[in-house]
Write a protein that binds this ligand. Structure first.
Ligand code: BES
Ligand code: MN
Ligand code: ZN
Length: 494
């Protein structure tokens, strides 16, 4: 999709549709007021009659066939006092989806006056949303059921600062593309998205973004002592891959941020096999890894002053003849032994070695992301990802950076009690701790592999994919936590 910034007056703009913002107070200002005047007050009418209430993402289409813009689309931004820049991503996404479905190819989008207070963030959000709005999961349909026609978007800069707005649009374009890349990797079914294919996708994208990448195989992992990672892979006919992407934007610094993502390309549960219901969703079990790969490529393009390594242990979890069986004991890279009580608690097993490897590379901060537990869906539903951390200052930094992205994170505790639940009678640890506090016992397990490095764990099992869509977004993979990763990196590098 082609994005550009224009400075024309809204009422004289040529486009298939002009998009203007409306808040729930119904007050029309700037471009919205000018457009309303051009259509003879038809937008005011729609607001007064209650046809549109200005709810975030709500749309009202008005035809204006004799005007240079042939249609006027009002998109709601909710309550004026509650406005935040990320809402412009939803605003633009709703516009692209509504108009795109109606076969409109070229659109122009105006911004509210509120954008003046945070021009960079607003430029970023509106570009991000225009791009993420175009994503559809119908990629395997010969003739996609709901093609989105929009292929050119012009942003009406109005009186916003040109440099700040351009900078925002440039950043948002990279974020939006990274989100869609992660979503495409995640939605691709496991017969295509094998660990090998995931590594190939990462390699292609890394080359394009100027990020170094190494793809290691099972023999390498064995030499590194990654018995925990390999114990998950051994039941599968697909060879595992251990993906390492490196970006050095601050060579003089010893600081190194590690992003570690769960890359289970399909989770059957292994010998502790899952029930059939919704097992197809387990193709999404590499969403954390996809987010790491996409974020690494985005930073290759953004070039921030920071050192980042992305680590993705990738494998299937299958019940093959060589599969790990309940009661088996495996050894992770840091020498700790693990009694595998339930082979379906495999995410923590591959992350254990991923986290150890982050430390081996000298990480001074670690963030991991994983569709780790069903329990997080019980705790937080699909409304937020769980955050568990061993360092208050770092987690506060993360939460502050993530907040303006619109992705939601909710911190949960990491009491010693949860670590006690993970003690084994025969080995150092066991991989499950019973039903109580499932998200937190999983985190306590991971904690045993991060050492003293400041660490933030994101459980995105409830947020990485959704089985409903929104006016601004297709159903399916959400790209969470790509936005938060990139926001953290912006924060740490500035
Ligand atoms: N990939 C699943 C977690 C999951 C569940 C993600 C539902 C998305 C939706 C993970 O590997 C898993 O199976 N976890 C088990 C752990 C249990 C055996 C301790 C779970 O949550 O049931
Ligand atoms: Mn599992
Ligand atoms: Zn899993």
């Amino acid at each position: 999709m082609q994005l550009r910034i224009v400075h024309d007056a809204p009422e004289s703009l040529r486009a298939g549709a002009l998009v203007v913002p409306v808040f729930s107070d119904g007050r029309l200002e700037g471009a919205a007021a000018a457009a309303d005047k051009a259509v003879g007050g038809a937008l005011s009418d729609a607001l007064q009659s209650g046809e549109t209430k200005g709810k975030l993402g709500e749309t009202a289409l008005i035809h204006a066939k004799d005007l240079p813009f042939r249609r006027l689309l009002a998109v709601g931004l909710g309550e004026r006092a509650a406005f935040e820049p990320f809402m412009l991503a939803r605003y633009a996404g709703a516009a692209v989806r509504t108009l795109g479905r109606n076969g409109i190819e070229e659109i122009a989008i105006a911004l509210p006056g509120e954008a003046k207070a945070a021009t960079v963030a607003c430029g970023a959000a509106i570009a991000e949303g225009a791009i993420t709005g175009t994503f559809e999961m119908s990629i395997y349909q010969a003739k996609p059921e709901k093609p989105l026609a929009v292929n050119a978007v012009a942003f009406l800069r109005g009186d916003l600062d040109a440099k700040a707005f351009e900078e925002g649009v440039a950043r948002g374009t990279i974020v939006g593309e990274a989100v869609n890349f992660a979503r495409r990797l995640a939605v691709t079914p496991s017969n295509d998205m094998t660990p090998t294919h995931l590594a190939n996708e990462a390699t292609g994208a890394a080359k394009e973004a100027g990020v170094a990448i190494e793809v290691h195989d099972a023999d390498w992992a064995r030499k590194e002592g990654m018995g925990s990672f390999l114990s998950v892979a051994q039941g599968s006919a697909q060879p595992p891959k251990f993906i390492v992407m490196t970006y050095k934007g601050d060579p003089s610094s010893k600081e190194l941020l590690a992003l570690v993502g769960k890359g289970i390309t399909f989770d059957t549960g292994g010998i502790s096999i899952k029930p059939a219901e919704r097992m197809e969703d387990m193709k999404y079990d590499m969403s954390g890894g996809a987010a790491v790969i996409a974020a690494m490529c985005a930073i290759g393009k953004r070039k921030p002053r920071i050192n980042v390594v992305g680590i993705v242990p990738a494998t299937e979890n299958m019940p093959g003849g060589r599969a790990t069986k309940p009661g088996d004991i495996v050894k992770a890279m840091n020498g700790k032994t693990i009694e595998v009580i339930n082979t379906d608690a495999e995410g923590r097993l591959i992350l254990a070695d991923g986290l150890c490897y982050a430390n081996k590379l000298g990480a001074t901060r670690i963030v991991d992301a994983a569709t780790l537990t069903g329990a997080v869906v019980i705790a937080l539903g699909h409304a937020a990802s769980a955050v568990v951390a061993n360092d208050d200052a770092f987690v506060e930094r993360f939460l502050a950076a993530a907040k303006p992205t619109g992705e939601r994170y909710w911190r949960m505790p990491l009491y010693e009690d949860y670590s006690d639940q993970m003690k084994s009678d025969i080995a150092d640890l066991k991989n499950t701790g019973g039903r109580a506090g499932g998200t937190l016992t999983a985190a306590a397990f991971l904690k045993a592999f991060v050492g003293d490095t400041p660490w933030v764990h994101l459980d995105v099992a409830g947020t990485a994919y959704l089985d409903r869509g929104f006016p601004w977004s297709a159903k399916g993979p959400t790209g969470t936590p790509v936005r938060a990763f990139l926001a953290l990196i912006e924060s740490l590098s500035s």
